[in-house]
Design a protein around this ligand. Structure first.
Ligand SMILES: [Zn+2]
Length: 218
């Protein structure tokens, strides 16, 4: 048992274990491997195939553009700036919007994301403690760190005592998988019935597919 004199301070950015997280032959996290493999296959094969054989409607492009922006903003403005760094405060309605679209971005719960990100900043590029250290290569820092149960990626929620007080975040963490499945399905499935049944490659007079321009700004 840990003695009193070894207790960690309450600052969420410093209350982490000092024990080195030396790498071993980490076991594969099959749920993550399957999730990345299947979503990549769907994006690289199923989506182009569907576009060529059925075409995409205006509603499809609209949903694509909306979710691209909404999910991205939920992660960068919500998960990252609001919850991980506490850069600003937000009304519960905005936090709920961030929570819904952040869940749909499939980047795990706010607890898991923010705890890992605070550890990342605390030990940035320390190969033994940074969960996604850039020093371990492009593949590891972007994808590889999620595919194996590395000691450096061990969850330690002692650095998010502030987030544990928010009941919405507690609820999202406890029910993350069913919420992600339900919200992703509920948002995308109604729009699949909005396209014209005659629009597509098999149509002798295919409709011109409108172009959607997405602007990015800083
Ligand atoms: Zn950051």
């Amino acid at each position: 048992m840990r003695s009193r004199r070894h207790r960690q301070p309450e600052d969420p950015y410093t209350c982490m274990s000092d024990q080195p997280r030396t790498e071993t032959h980490a076991p594969i996290v099959w749920a993550n491997v399957l999730m990345f493999a299947l979503t990549f296959a769907a994006a690289a094969i199923l989506v182009p195939w569907y576009g060529l054989t059925h075409g995409f409607s205006v509603a499809d492009w609209g949903v694509f553009a909306f979710l691209l922006v909404a999910n991205g903003m939920a992660i960068t403005a919500g998960y990252h700036r609001l919850w991980a760094h506490r850069t600003y405060e937000a009304h519960w309605t905005l936090r709920l919007v961030y929570l819904v679209f952040g869940t749909m971005a499939l980047q795990n719960s706010v607890f898991a994301w923010c705890s890992g990100h605070r550890t990342h900043h605390l030990y940035v590029d320390d190969e033994e403690r940074d969960p996604y250290s850039a020093r371990r290569g492009f593949w590891f820092s972007h994808i590889g760190w999620m595919l194996r149960k590395y000691p450096s990626g061990r969850e330690d929620f002692r650095n998010i005592p502030d987030l544990k007080k928010d009941p919405m975040l507690v609820f999202q963490h406890r029910h993350y998988v069913p919420l992600a499945v339900a919200w992703c399905g509920a948002t995308t499935s109604p729009f699949s019935s909005t396209r014209s049944p005659t629009c597509g490659a098999a149509d002798p007079t295919p409709r011109k597919i409108p172009r959607v321009t997405i602007r990015c700004w800083r």
